[in-house]
Design a binder for this molecule. Structure first.
Ligand SMILES: NC(=O)c1ccc[n+]([C@@H]2O[C@H](COP(=O)([O-])OP(=O)(O)OC[C@H]3O[C@@H](n4cnc5c(N)ncnc54)[C@H](O)[C@@H]3O)[C@@H](O)[C@H]2O)c1
Length: 254
């Protein structure tokens, strides 16, 4: 039996130019979805790379620039997309930043940039595509939160608090929109080596701290995170709602 298939589904992934977003887009395409790849306007070469990986895997995609901090860009791009294709079946709010600063060093710019990208951007992406999902009577919204939304990590107060906010948003939107056939969930990865983490993971002391916290003793891979997203996007996950699925090798269990 073939399960978790996404044939005939249109999936929009934010931050799809690299890292987890690229792996998620490719995995959803391999499961049969048609992809709308979005990222900041200056990330067009990364988006082209993701599009080429999808093409080589036999999938189809289009690319649309959206900086999720900019509400006008969200409104214009989702409005144009919905006018053109009429639907988005799966939204993956993956775009995110982490610029660690100890609490005493945090300034307003650092605070606002995290909140506007990690929380506000994802919320308004969801708000703008939800009406089409409501009309269709079906939708899947998946945020990439983080284990950092469930625990504290020294030196990352702002990032951790944005991811906690995402986990709470998922619960609230999922409760509000369940009656329309929409589920809202998040995937909470532990550390994965990407542009977001590579520099910090190069520090042997930090890597030792991280691996010492993961009972599995290994980092997660982008593909493992993407597989969890594919499950939540599938028809089989219809009764999984308001949930945060940890892909953390057990970090948050102890
Ligand atoms: N890598 C990890 O260890 C890890 C762990 C837990 C959660 N996450 C989360 O996973 C998501 C992806 O992280 P990643 O590791 O792939 O990071 P990454 O830095 O490799 O990729 C992030 C992508 O998001 C895009 N992006 C950033 N700001 C944006 C904006 N304003 N508008 C549109 N796109 C924007 C970037 O251009 C980039 O393509 C993030 O939400 C991150 O918080 C990552």
């Amino acid at each position: 039996m073939s399960i978790f298939q996404l044939n005939d589904k249109l999936a929009l992934v934010t931050g799809a130019a690299t890292g987890l977003g690229q792996a998620i887009a490719l995995t959803l395409a391999r499961q049969g979805a048609t992809l709308v790849l979005t990222d900041k306007p200056d990330a067009s070469s990364g988006l082209a790379e993701t599009a080429e990986l999808i093409r080589r895997a036999g999938g189809t995609s289009t690319s649309v620039p959206i900086d999720v901090r900019d509400l006008k860009q969200i409104e214009n791009a989702t409005g144009e997309l919905l006018n053109r294709v009429g639907r988005v079946d799966i939204l993956v709010n993956n775009a995110g930043i982490n610029r660690p600063k100890a609490a005493l060093e945090v300034d307003v710019e650092n605070w606002d940039d995290h909140y506007h990208t990690n929380v506000r951007g994802g919320f308004f992406m969801a708000q703008k595509v939800a009406p089409a999902m409501i009309s269709a009577g079906h939708g899947r919204i998946i945020f990439i939160s983080s284990q950092s939304g469930l625990i504290g990590i020294p030196g990352q107060p702002v990032y951790c608090s944005t991811k906690g906010a995402v986990i709470q948003l998922v619960r609230t939107l999922g409760v509000e929109w369940a009656k329309f056939g929409i589920t809202v969930n998040s995937v909470a990865p532990t550390f994965v080596e990407t542009n977001l983490t590579r520099q910090r993971l190069k520090n042997p002391e930090f890597l030792k701290f991280v691996l010492g916290k993961i009972p599995a003793g290994k980092l997660a891979t982008p593909e493992q995170v993407a597989s969890a997203v594919a499950f939540l996007a599938s028809d089989e996950a219809a009764m999984v709602n308001c949930h945060t699925l940890c892909v953390d090798g057990g970090w948050t269990a102890w």
